[in-house]
Structures are given as C-alpha cells and as structure tokens.
Design a protein around this ligand. Structure first.
Ligand SMILES: Nc1ncnc2c1ncn2[C@@H]1O[C@H](COP(=O)(O)OP(=O)(O)OP(=O)(O)O)[C@@H](O)[C@H]1O
Ligand SMILES: [Mg+2]
Length: 262
C-alpha cells in the first residue's frame, strides 16, 4: 500500500498571556491510500489541532514548532500559501461535528453545493453544476434531491445537514477526507447510518479517511488502524485488532475497559 500522508515529529504550541501550552508533541502518523485511520483520544488530547495543522488552518495563537506533513511526497508545512490553497478543500477536505454551524444559513443547499463544484472546477457551467449537485445528494442517500437543493439548512434535520456536509466535502473529489467527530452531535441510529454510508462511499470513490473520535468503540467498527492520542502525544498505534487484543499503553487499556463497562 502507498502512503498518502505522513506526519513526522509534529509539535504545536499555544502562547497565551506569556504562558505556553504544548498542545501536540512529537506526533508521528501515517495514512495509506484508501484506508481509514482513526485518531482516538479524550477531549483536549490534541486531535483537532493535529488535523488542522495538515493544511495549516490552525488558530492564530498556535505555532507549529517542528515537524513535517508529507502529502503525496510534498511537505505541506513548507508549501507556499498559494499552492496550499489548491490542496485545501480540494485534495484534502474536512467535515466537522456541527454541520449546521458550518453551512451558511442564508444560502440554499443547492447554491452552496453548486458554488463548491464550480470553485473546485468540477463543473464548467451552472447547468452542469446543478446536475452534479443532484448527483452528490443522491450519493449521500438524500431522498428528493431536487427538493433538498431548494431548502435552507434550518429546514433539514441534523443528520440530513451532516449528509449535505459530506456531499460538500466530496464535491471536490478529495484524496483525503478528514472527519473530525462527524457524528458526535447525532443520535446513535443516525450515526450508524452515516458511518456505514461513509464506508461505502470510500470503497466507491476510493479516498482515505482520517477519522477523529473520542469513541473507541466507533473506531473499532470503522477503522482498519487506530492511533491513540493522550495529552498531545500518540501513545500507541496499530491495527485495530491488535490494539484490542493486545493493548500496550495503560491509557489504551483504560479506554478499552471503559467500553467493556458500558
Ligand atoms: N484556541 C486555543 N487557544 C489556546 N489553546 C488551545 C486552543 N485550542 C486548543 N488549545 C489547546 O490545545 C489542546 C488540544 O486541543 P484540541 O482541540 O486539539 O483537542 P481535541 O483532542 O480535539 O479535543 P476535543 O475532543 O474536545 O475536540 C487543548 O488541550 C488546549 O490546551
Ligand atoms: Mg477536537
């Protein structure tokens, strides 16, 4: 298998009122083509900051103090902003937890998807953009796409909005989809449906997923490999079955025990 993404020795620091916080410390992470890697850890362990650093969209108060982010053979941390713009949201796209907050409330779903496919040069004119938008909504299994295209985010349920977000994320034909707690705000039934759909889409369209979650049970069902993050560091990484059958780090054991107790 070919490596798609390689994070090497990445450290991120925040400076606040003369205090520094080490959010991410010496993180190494590999992601292969067409695989799902779950990055699992408790709140504040550094998962989101690791994900945001990949295309350099960290908060302004954060600094990458060392490391490399190699995507398709190229260090993104050394790539010029203009070139990064062509990768961000196109070859690497993100979906976040709060779909409704990420969508524009005053623009119809159709307008938002059409703008995205035109921006990413997937469609050459409005007519083609419209038909691509319908196809994308069908792809994420939304019924009556023509009606949904006319709707606004507040008219749809949380699960439907999350499907729209996934459609937007896929509208550029990415090689890497970074899904940061994509289903945490949804109930468990909808969560399972969306995760199953993401798995099918990955097989169909062939992209890799960096799946970020605090839920190790979900990671087990979804990912072929798992990396456990704890206090800014990756404390353990390996095949999902190995992590579960022979966890090495005490924190991993703690996480597994808490699933068993549930
Ligand atoms: N805007 C910020 N300003 C200062 N420090 C921050 C900021 N955002 C994050 N941090 C620091 O970085 C650490 C890692 O944050 P991060 O958001 O990556 O955690 P996370 O693992 O994604 O947590 P969660 O599961 O809650 O989303 C935090 O513990 C905090 O110390
Ligand atoms: Mg987070």
């Amino acid at each position: 298998m070919n490596k798609l993404l390689e994070i090497k020795n990445l450290s991120i620091r925040f400076c606040r009122q003369h205090r520094t916080v080490q959010a991410v410390e010496k993180v190494d992470l590999d992601l292969f083509e067409n695989e799902i890697l779950a990055l699992v850890g408790e709140s504040g362990s550094g998962k989101t900051m690791t994900a945001l650093s990949i295309t350099k969209i960290l908060p302004q108060s954060a600094t990458i103090t060392e490391g490399k982010v190699i995507f398709q053979g190229r260090d993104l941390l050394k790539t010029a902003e203009r070139d990064l713009e062509a990768i961000r949201g196109k070859e690497i796209s993100y979906i976040f937890q709060e779909a409704q907050a990420s969508l524009n409330p005053v623009l119809s779903i159709g307008r938002q998807i059409q703008e995205s496919v035109i921006l990413h040069h997937q469609a050459k004119d409005k007519k083609q953009a419209l038909s691509m938008s319908e196809d994308l909504l069908k792809l994420v299994r939304l019924p009556h796409p023509e009606r949904i295209l006319r709707s606004y985010p507040h008219q749809l349920s949380g699960g439907m909005n999350q499907r729209v977000m996934i459609a937007l994320g896929l509208s550029s034909g990415p090689k890497l989809l970074i899904a940061d707690e994509p289903t945490s705000s949804l109930d468990v039934t909808v969560e399972a449906q969306i995760i199953r759909m993401l798995l099918e889409l990955k097989e169909q369209l062939r992209f890799s997923i960096l799946f970020i979650t605090h839920n190790l049970a979900l990671a087990e069902r979804f990912a072929s490999r798992i990396a456990i993050m704890f206090k800014g560091r990756i404390v353990e990484a390996g095949l999902t079955k190995d992590i579960f059958s022979a966890p090495k780090h005490p924190h991993t054991r703690e996480l597994i025990n808490s699933i068993i107790r549930l």
